[in-house]
Design a protein around this ligand. Structure first.
Ligand code: CTP
Ligand code: MG
Length: 512
């Protein structure tokens, strides 16, 4: 028997599997206490059902995966067009359906709904307080926040449903998720970043070798630049989602951004969606983070914990602004882990050296080559505990020379900042860009102060529940106001606040 341990699956393999599952699936609105067995029995008339689960988002929905596409075809063929007396319907049929006249059951026998949102912070803190040590708390937080199997399926299904709308214009296009939905660092409730891939249509690439033999070519509309083409295509997709897309609401065109996008809410799934096109570099950074996350379980655990800590203290925000983003925080954790001795993660340049000629990847002049072959990536053993790593993460960034140095995960070492600006994190692929250009001095200062306080707290036996409490911030603020007080007074105040925190974790109220 071959006992050789194989590494995790490559991201593109996983994605292809998920895409294929999504194409065999439908999304069905149903009553909250739908009779599960009768519902399944009805669906089975159209084909074998592989998987079915329920969830709630502006009503109850079921994701139903058939064993083949014929099941979907048969169900759609049998579906009726709604007859509505005071409204009219837009004549676009999709795999978003509603089931009628299936009986319901009492609350006890109702199918269980799968959660699609992370626990509110207060509930999480309560859950963590039953863990016996910091390490357990970190693991428990990671499990509570990670995307579930069902949520991942739903994300791919939404991409597939939107793909159906976009294919009306571009029959060979594909809409694929990227970012935290697929890189391993997604938290339940995170946005759904999508990429409209038009490469299969081959605009700009000739597929005929121009010999002297006669041939025909398409007459295609021309535009001044690739950016203008992307803006035009996204504008059309935005209009079609707004006018025709079932479940798509609040469509906004954000076409003048560095990376043009269409933002909207997909109501049946509850996802906030960002659709981009021509954004291949982001697909590579997604794959890079996926590789880092799969190399060592401590990576995801640390990233989830740091992100949760940052959110609890308003270091990150759901509103765009001068805040540090989750992506920047993830890069900061990666950099910190590259700096351990021995390193827990390789540098991007090391991954590039491992890549074979077939993995060479240049996008818009940027070298995005790296190996994602888990069998080739070997790291020296490092057995540091999560407690130690979390505490040292805070210590590391408490003393990092942000005013002079830039964070560079390509080289795995800090470099002199090429430009002014409070925080400089080199974009790993578009190396002239700063991932955290938006961050202002106040936000960086808040981050550093919280790192100092959190390092102090952990070094003095503090737990994760204490770190996530907002009173921690209050203590810091009051300490800052009392900057000129003698150190002994400040320490006394801090100890006092820690004591209060340990007594009353359930009292806090936070918007997570
Ligand atoms: N990205 C990038 N450069 C940036 C910002 C984003 O390359 N300056 C890419 C990253 O691959 C990132 C993805 O775009 O993962 C999506 O960005 P965003 O939604 O901001 O971050 P997520 O990683 O998805 O995190 P979140 O859960 O906060 O959405
Ligand atoms: Mg995102």
């Amino acid at each position: 028997m071959d006992t050789k341990k194989t590494g995790p699956k490559a991201l593109h393999v996983l994605q292809a599997q998920r895409r294929e599952e999504a194409e065999r699936s439908v999304l069905i609105s149903c009553l909250p206490r739908t009779h599960h067995n009768k519902f399944l029995k009805y669906l089975s008339r159209h084909g074998d059902v592989n998987k079915c689960f329920f969830y709630e988002s502006f009503g109850t929905y079921a994701v139903v995966e058939f064993s083949d596409r014929d099941g979907v075809g048969s169900l759609l063929e049998s579906a009726a067009v709604p007859s509505i007396s005071h409204e009219s319907v837009v004549p676009l049929r999709s795999r978003l359906l509603a089931v009628r006249n299936i009986s319901t059951v009492d609350t006890q026998s109702a199918p269980q709904c799968q959660p699609q949102k992370a626990l509110p912070i207060n509930d999480l803190i309560q859950q963590l307080s039953s863990c016996t040590n910091l390490e357990q708390q970190i693991v428990s937080l990671t499990e509570a926040h990670s995307l579930t199997e069902e949520n991942i399926r739903l994300r791919f299904l939404v991409c597939s449903l939107l793909n159906d709308v976009a294919s009306a214009f571009f029959p060979d296009c594909s809409i694929r998720p990227f970012g935290s939905s697929v890189n391993g660092f997604g938290k339940l409730g995170c946005d759904l970043d999508m990429f409209l891939d038009l490469d299969a249509i081959g605009a700009g690439k000739s597929n005929v070798s121009r010999s002297t033999a006669p041939y025909v070519e398409y007459q295609m509309k021309r535009s001044s630049s690739e950016r203008a083409v992307t803006q035009g295509v996204l504008s059309v997709i935005a209009e079609s989602l707004e006018q025709l897309g079932p479940g798509c609401v609040g469509v906004q065109k954000i076409l003048n951004a560095r990376c043009p996008l269409v933002r909207f809410a997909h109501q049946p799934s509850g996802f906030q969606c960002d659709l981009t096109a021509n954004n291949r570099v982001a697909m590579r950074s997604t794959e890079m983070l996926y590789v880092f996350g799969e190399l060592d379980p401590r990576v995801r655990a640390l990233v989830f914990t740091v992100r949760c800590w940052a959110r609890a203290h308003g270091i990150t925000s759901s509103i765009p602004g001068a805040w540090i983003t989750n992506f920047s925080l993830t890069i900061m954790v990666v950099f910190f882990l590259q700096r351990r001795s021995p390193p827990i993660l390789p540098t991007l340049d090391q991954l590039k050296e491992l890549a074979g000629p077939s993995q060479k990847c240049i996008i818009d002049g940027n070298d995005c080559t790296f190996s994602s072959d888990f069998d080739k990536i070997q790291m020296k053993s490092n057995s540091e505990s999560l407690d130690r790593l979390l505490s040292d993460f805070f210590e590391f960034y408490s003393t990092f020379l942000f005013n002079k140095m830039s964070i560079n995960i390509r080289k795995g070492k800090e470099e002199h900042k090429p430009e002014l600006g409070p925080l400089h994190i080199q974009n790993p692929f578009e190396t002239s860009l700063n991932v955290s250009k938006n961050v202002n001095a106040t936000q960086l200062e808040r981050f550093v102060t919280l790192c100092q306080e959190s390092a102090w707290s952990l070094q003095n036996g503090g737990t994760l529940t204490a770190l996530l409490l907002p009173s921690h911030v209050a203590a810091i603020k009051s300490r800052k106001k009392r900057k000129r007080e003698p150190a002994s007074e400040r320490i006394k105040g801090l100890l006092e606040s820690l004591r209060t925190k340990n007594n009353g974790p359930k009292k806090c109220c936070l918007d997570a």
